[in-house]
Design a protein around this ligand. Sequence first.
Ligand code: TMP
Length: 238
Amino acid sequence: MNITKQNQIYEGKAKKVFATNNPAYYIVEYKDDATAFNGLKKGTITGKGVINNRMSNIMFRLMEKNGIHTHFVEELSDRETVVRAVKIVPLEIIIRNVAAGSFSKRYGVEEGRELLSPTLEFSLKDDALNDPLINDSHIIALGVASEQELESIRNMAFKVNDVMKEFFAGIGIKLIDFKIEAGRLPNGEIILADEISPDTCRFWDAKTNEKLDKDRFRRDLGNVEEAYHEIFKRISNA
Ligand code: TMP
């Protein structure tokens, strides 16, 4: 495949997206920039871009093996990957297995409490509004996604959870929660897009409950780079 980078079409908090010589593909480039609380807290996690690129690609390959279609095409370099050009559905799709973060705060549940079943929630991706929670009925009424798309998104999210939970259990990690994004192909198909990394998941060591994800940065817990390396090492050795 001979895909070459053209003009930058988007810059997010953690990635840049470039057009290519083929309209069916984009190139994403992962940065070391880290933000939290909708950009209020800013920093750098050295080497994060490389780990998130490589780890996401390993996770996307794992999803494909399990019948989940993703935007992944080809890893180009440490930080760059060719992906299928999709329109991102402006939703943060969040699955939780264990209470933590905003869920614990909102419902007054201690972090670490196992949920009786995995939960799914949506936030509207809109920085100006601070990514508000949104329900299925709102999503359809506002035309963010159709009922049929929502059904595909729900099925995809729970399937991703099943595959990830099993994979991470095998490397001594509890998958607490994660966020994914869905993309629309020109033919209308919904596929898994964005990234799967310590930026977008909560990973706790199964034995010690040590946090091995971006919460170390959000909460100033120290050893941020070490946590990203530890997760990547375990995944690479799996
Ligand atoms: P939360 O508990 O802060 O709502 O986060 C739930 C999950 O979503 C957690 O794994 C971190 C991830 N997440 C993102 O990927 N991007 C975000 O902007 C936020 C707020 C959370």
